[in-house]
Design a protein around this ligand. Structure first.
Ligand SMILES: Nc1ncnc2c1ncn2[C@@H]1O[C@H](COP(=O)(O)OP(=O)(O)O)[C@@H](O)[C@H]1O
Ligand SMILES: [Mg+2]
Length: 157
């Protein structure tokens, strides 16, 4: 993994999904109840792959981690912590409110991993770890991953 800093955050060139999983494994131990991680990137960039790897790092026995494309949220009550994995892409179409998905409980009782975090609108917290996953032109498996801490997260990464 190459590693360099810029003004907005830390950028990594990730060569394949295994490298992305290794990155997720480094983020996993930093997380505590009440945290929100915003996962940004186009469809197929690897947001769900990141969440899956992170959950499996915390608990290898977590079982299958499907993309919450249709359920919009999947909750994993792991031995140490609860992980709420949201995919808010379809939120508007389904006319379902984020609060109905259990947002308040997620904030109180677990870590929230949120794909399409802009759907949160005013509920997007000011303390936030943002992870951007971008495609790299002409490469199927490499990604540019940028980690941007906001608020209290600036002291944590
Ligand atoms: N470096 C990589 N990181 C993550 N996924 C990758 C990578 N290279 C290829 N892939 C593939 O890209 C797809 C990512 O899908 P997914 O995680 O569901 O995307 P998203 O949730 O961002 O829409 C998977 O099929 C995965 O195998
Ligand atoms: Mg996804």
């Amino acid at each position: 993994m190459q590693d360099n800093r810029n003004r907005t955050g830390r950028t990594l060139i990730i060569k394949d999904e295994t490298a992305l999983a290794a990155f997720a494994a480094r983020i996993a131990p930093l997380l505590k109840t009440g945290d929100v991680v915003a996962l940004r990137g186009d469809l197929g960039a690897g947001k769900s792959a990141f969440a899956r790897a992170l959950i499996h790092t915390l608990s290898p026995d977590a079982g299958e981690v499907p993309s919450p494309t249709f359920t919009l949220v999947q909750v994993y009550d792991l031995p140490q912590i609860s992980i709420w994995h949201f995919d808010l892409y379809r939120l508007e179409e389904k006319e379902m409110d984020i609060l109905e998905l259990g947002w308040d409980e997620a904030r109180r009782s677990g870590v929230s991993l949120v794909e399409w975090p802009d759907r949160l609108g005013g509920l997007l917290p000011k303390d936030l770890l943002e992870i951007n996953i971008d495609f790299i032109k002409d490469s199927e498996n490499s990604r540019l991953v940028t980690m941007i801490p906001y608020g209290a997260w600036r002291e944590r990464v």
